[in-house]
Write a protein that binds this ligand. Structure first.
Ligand code: SF4
Length: 227
């Protein structure tokens, strides 16, 4: 799946944007050969905890080829995972640095960098089969999903339903600290879904999301996943 997704060109606007970013580049990265393709999930295929973001940054993961790698959102996320013993290194600046995640996988519901970090509803829906398939592969082991932001929350709910979990009615609303139990349709182990503010500078610079707030939520999610 990880290999296959990197070949996807289903969204013309996003394909054009990811390639344009690679052509124009940011001055600080002018020596870089940008990845400029869809970003696969990162972490073990038998993870118990799945973190779901939004979409790659044009000069972050779209440049480095690994999710949340080489951008400020990743600085906070990986440092916190390291602090919790869930990552082998506190930083994620380049792909191929040996970083490992322990029991945790990270993915995006939209795999290509969008203009202004805003995928359209149509692009979100077009990309949904990728995350739904990823959840199907993870189903034997995944116990907890953390949606980083309202976009991730809205995007992951139908993907979870497609992968075999029941959604409550009415659909639960996103909020930081929201927690919902989704029964498995086959009577198997239920899944815990957590809401968490996205780790973007928009939230960290305003103080809405601080390191302790993120650490507390991820620690609770890790506990619920048995990590
Ligand atoms: Fe394909 Fe998803 Fe990228 Fe659209 S956003 S081109 S569906 S990988």
């Amino acid at each position: 799946l990880d290999r296959e997704v990197t070949e996807c060109r289903a969204c013309p606007r996003l394909v054009a944007w990811r390639e344009e970013a690679a052509r124009v580049k940011r001055r600080a990265y002018r020596d870089w050969d940008y990845w400029a393709r869809p970003i696969p999930g990162f972490g073990p295929p038998d993870a118990a905890l799945l973190l779901v973001g939004l979409a790659p940054a044009a000069h972050g993961a779209n440049r480095t080829g690994r999710i949340f790698t080489g951008d400020p959102s990743g600085d906070l996320l990986y440092a916190t995972l390291y602090e919790l013993g869930l990552a082998s290194r506190p930083t994620s600046v380049v792909h191929g640095d040996g970083l490992e995640l322990y029991g945790v996988r990270i993915t995006d519901p939209v795999r290509c960098a969008p203009p202004d970090n805003k995928p359209s509803t149509e692009e979100r829906d077009t990309c949904r089969p990728w995350i739904a398939r990823e959840l199907t592969f993870l189903r034997p082991t995944v116990r907890t999903v953390v949606a980083l932001g309202g976009f991730a929350w809205q995007a992951v709910l139908p993907a979870l339903a497609a992968a075999g979990w029941e959604l409550p009615r009415p659909r639960p609303a996103f909020g930081h600290g929201a927690r919902v139990t989704l029964p498995a349709t086959d009577g198997g182990t239920p899944l815990e879904l957590f809401g968490c503010y996205h780790v973007s500078p928009r939230n960290t610079h305003t103080g809405r999301l601080t390191t302790p707030i993120l650490r507390d939520l991820l620690a609770e999610a890790a506990r619920s996943a048995g990590l």
